[in-house]
Each structure stands twice: as C-alpha cells, then as structure tokens.
Design a protein around this ligand. Sequence first.
Ligand SMILES: *Cc1c(COP(=O)(O)O)cnc(C)c1O
Length: 392
Amino acid sequence: MEIKYSDKLMSLPPYLFIELDRKKKELQQKGVDIISLGVGDPDLPTHSHIIEAMKKAIDNPKTHQYPFGKGLEEFCVAVANWYKKRFNVELDPNNEVHSLIGSKEGIAHLPLAFVDKDDYVLVPEPGYPVYSSSVILAGGKVYYMSLKEDNNFLPILEDIPKDILKRTKLMFLNYPNNPTTQVATKKFFERVVEFAKEYNIIVAHDCAYSEIYFKDDKLDDSIPPISFLSIKGAKDVGIEFHSLSKTYNMTGWRVGFVCGNKDIIFGLSKVKDNYDSGVFSAIQYAAIAALEGPQDCIENVRQIYKERRDILFNGLRKLGLDVFLPKATFYLWCKVPKKETSLSFAEKLLNVGVVVTPGVGMGKSGEGYVRFALTVPKERIQEALERIKKVL
Ligand SMILES: *Cc1c(COP(=O)(O)O)cnc(C)c1O
C-alpha cells in the first residue's frame, strides 16, 4: 500500500530540536565528546520536596484514574495563589486556569479552537517552532513578525498589513523571549492590548521563562519580568501560557497551565476534552508542592545560571564575538563572526563537539545569530570556550 501523508504534515519543516538531537547522538556514537548547548533542557535535578510530593501522591490509588478536565481543584487554586503572589494578578480558579501536559501541548492545540481554513495567525520569528507548526496543522496561515535588534527584539505591530489583520484570529508572543533573551516592557504590552482590541485578535502570551531572570547591579524595572495579564484590559483579549518545566527543572514531568480569559480557555478546553484526558493527578500534586513550596530553590537555580551566563558572555566577548547580555532565560543570543552564516558557524562548532542552535533554524531573522543554552555545568562551558577559540 502507498502511504500518503497529509499536505499539512508534509508542509511542516523538520522539528529543529529533534534534528539537533539526532546529529548529536550520531557524533556521540562515533566517540566524539559533545558539549550540548543546543536544546534548552535544564541539567539540574527537580527539587527534592517536589519529588517527595510525587512519591506520596503515587501511593494513593485515587491518582491512578483519568484526571480529566481543567485539573484538580487544589491545582487551580495553587496556580491562582501563585499568580497573585508573583504577579499581583487575580485569577478565578474555577474558569480562568486550566492545567496542560506541558505548555507546548496547550500552545500546539490552541489554533484548533480558533483558526479556520486560511485564517491568519501572527507568529514571532525567530521563535519557538511550535507556534507556526500548530497553525499549519490547524489549516491556518502564518504571518511572521520579525524580531530584530534595532527594535529591541519586539515586533513592529504597525508594519503588519491591514488586509492581513482583517483575517487574523490570533497572535503568539513570548517574553522573556526564546531565543533573543529580550524582556518585554509594560509599554509594549499596553500597546498589544490596544492593538488586539482594535483588530479583534486573541493574544496568546507564552511566559515559560518568567522565573529565569537575573538581577544585575544596574536597577532595571523590567526585572523580574511582568505577566501580560497584569496589564489593564489584557484579560479581555488574552491568555498566558506557563510552564513548570523551566522554573522548577521539571521538563520531563510534562506539566504546565494556561490562564486568563475564560472564553478563550473554554475554547482550548473543548479541544483538549477531545484529544487528551488531563495531567496525571500525582504530577498535579507534585506541581502543587512546587507552586506552594519554598521559592528560594528558584533563586539558587538563578544564581547557577547567572554564573554560567557570566562565564560564557565574558568568554565570547574576549573572543571578539558580539553577544547580548541576557536579562532573562537560560540562553545567549550571539552574532556569528563576519563571513559566517548561522549554519556555517554552527557546523564549525559542531566539528569541535560544541552543539549550538543556528538562529536561522528558528526563523529567517535569526540568520546571522546562534543560540547558546546555559544548561551544562560551568566547567563544560569553559571547555566549550577553549574549543570555540580554536575555530575562530
Ligand atoms: C521550553 C519552552 C516551552 C515548553 O515548555 P513545556 O511546558 O515543557 O512544554 C514553551 N515555550 C517556550 C518558548 C519554551 O522555550
């Protein structure tokens, strides 16, 4: 029999990070010592009080059944309390919070609830690849908003053609931003609310890195990062995706949540009711322990990333590379040397066993950049710098 894939599936680009992982494993099999600064996956373990909560929860047979729906009552309350404490945002745990099997899952399903054939979705580029693939799989069209250095890696909303905006249902935003590490200002978010109301566009803000930020000596009112939902009127137009993955070193657990406008969340919940059966209850109890437990564990993690960031930032600068000092996220966004492209430079580094993400893989405005992830111990970062020196 001839197996024929859907046009939608065939129009997807290869999933960047799976490609990177495959290349890495191939080299490892040849015995090459690989320093992986490609995929951003925390190397630090999940904090022990979270693991203990999971162990206890799993002994209760009630957690073994289908969880279904928005999540445990206690989970939604824990999220609402955390949002109030961290962002001073009020959420109704009954209808303004919904658990997710990682925020990637919610992001990927969202367009199915709002996008009809040939509707447009505004997607930042360079950016997390799931925004565009979810639109393509839902049968929609992507309009890319470039994030460029000369506009502080914020999209220029005024540049989007009016005839596109008329057919636009949804926009994705992501601050602190992966990969550019930029943090959004309150002023920008205020403009987004105004813009969304003017053109009747749903705003989906991906806030996965809100807790990975750095306090430098300079006073900076963009740190700690704010929630989009803290802006007046934001809850009329939008939702925010959140993840425990980066905040609590829980990427493998698959738990996150979405919060904000209840009608938008209702749309997503309808898709989810038909596609999945919720987050394993024992994992929800672990997530509650994370959200309600001591938050100084995050501060320790921030300190570790900051030390790594400083070593890599200073090291790359010394080598003459043009790199941005990140205020947030665990990435470094770095210009490639003149005469290199992001692919040629990434390949050079791969030849000496250093894996980075070529910026162009995350969107065409990422050309000329590579992304380093800070998710390896500092000794390995130092070793990576030694190897990079050799290829320059
Ligand atoms: C890591 C990441 C996510 C996904 O996190 P999960 O909750 O683990 O699915 C979402 N958005 C961005 C920008 C990320 O980098």
